[in-house]
Design a protein around this ligand. Structure first.
Ligand code: PBG
Length: 327
């Protein structure tokens, strides 16, 4: 294909032609909106490092979910911020814990919304680590029992999908068995399979008050340098029964998303995390970039890399933009 016979610019001539020949299209249906729930009533507090993202009490969360559904977004990912934290993160598996209450209320008040829950301990433990501490270290196998209890309590309260984000070895198989034994064989598992020890989680930890009180998470989350290891993690989770696998963060890991897409058939989710959101918001505020265009470009790149599902704090804004295209 040589110039002048072939002129790539012909297909860029106007918006109609560009739209017709576009290779990657984002759609509202593939977006998942993360939601932070807190105790109390009538609470809607903005998270300082994440403009436009709020912590909601359960009553307010219901209104928010209705709004999300009206925009065409079908799924939310719920994170809970508990009343009390302790060494064992016991509010995480309490049937009257914050996530469990939110699940029941949203299920009752909003029709047909897919409820996904983050299954982890770091928001609930006094030390801020994702499991049970023994001799200064997160004990893998002891933590599994707690993760199983958390996942089961979410299923009982009405979750459709549980999403373990702790990065303990063997947790997908353990949770699958626990759910099946208790009659929840139809509850799906979306595993945070390739979750990296990333500095991009900073704003989330402020939002959820979940910064580790000592050390860091590098003993369980993955080293950002590794991609072959990500494929091993994904393969393991699929063998253990994961229904959807996830790569997290997304933007600095597009190559990982692509590799996972090529190697496996399972639905692939990508988590466009808090730091990726906040960077765009901050630069937008300074007038250095056009934040809505940059957001669209980032999400398109995540989809182009191979993600089927995108979890993003931009979901509402992007949904509004996408809906405005359909005149
Ligand atoms: C819980 C969890 C984290 C995120 C999702 N689940 C934080 C962490 O691992 O420290 C981060 C999400 C984000 O940054 O948007 N383990």
């Amino acid at each position: 294909m040589l110039f002048p016979a072939y002129r790539p610019r012909r297909l860029r001539k106007n918006e109609g032609i560009r739209t017709l020949t576009r290779e990657t299209r984002l759609s509202v249906e593939e977006l998942v909106y993360p939601l932070f729930v807190v105790p109390g009533e009538k609470v809607k507090e903005e998270i300082p490092s994440m403009p436009g993202i709020f912590r909601y009490s359960v009553d307010e969360a219901v209104n928010e979910v209705k709004e999300i559904k009206d925009l065409g977004i079908q799924a939310i990912l719920i994170f809970g911020i508990p009343e009390r934290k302790d060494e064992y993160g016991s509010e995480a598996y309490d049937e009257n814990g914050i996530v469990q209450r939110a699940l029941r209320r949203i299920r009752e008040k909003v029709e047909d919304v897919v409820l996904i829950t983050d299954v982890c301990m770091c928001e609930y433990t006094s030390h801020g680590h994702c499991g049970i501490i023994e001799k200064g270290n997160v004990h893998n196998d002891k933590t599994l029992k707690y993760l199983g209890k958390i996942a089961l309590s979410h299923a009982k309260a009405g979750a459709d999908i549980v999403a373990p984000s702790d990065m303990m070895d063997g947790r997908v198989g353990f949770i699958r068995e626990m759910l099946d034994k208790n009659g929840f064989e139809n509850i799906a598992i979306m595993s945070y399979s390739a979750k990296y020890a990333s500095a991009f989680y900073g704003p989330f930890r402020e939002a959820a008050y979940s910064t580790p009180q000592f050390g860091d998470r590098r003993g369980y989350q993955m080293d950002p340098s590794n991609i072959r290891e990500a494929l091993r993690e994904i393969a393991m989770d699929i063998e253990e029964g994961a229904d959807i696998v996830m790569v997290k963060p997304a933007l600095s890991y597009l190559d990982v998303i692509r590799a996972v897409r090529e190697e496996f058939d399972h639905p692939v989710a990508a988590y466009n995390v808090s730091g990726e959101y906040s960077m765009v918001k901050a630069a937008g505020k300074l007038g250095w970039i056009d934040e809505s265009q940059v957001a669209m470009e980032i999400l398109t790149s995540i989809k182009r890399a191979g993600a089927d599902i995108i979890i993003t704090y931009f979901a509402k804004e992007i949904a509004k933009t996408l809906n405005s295209y359909q005149r």
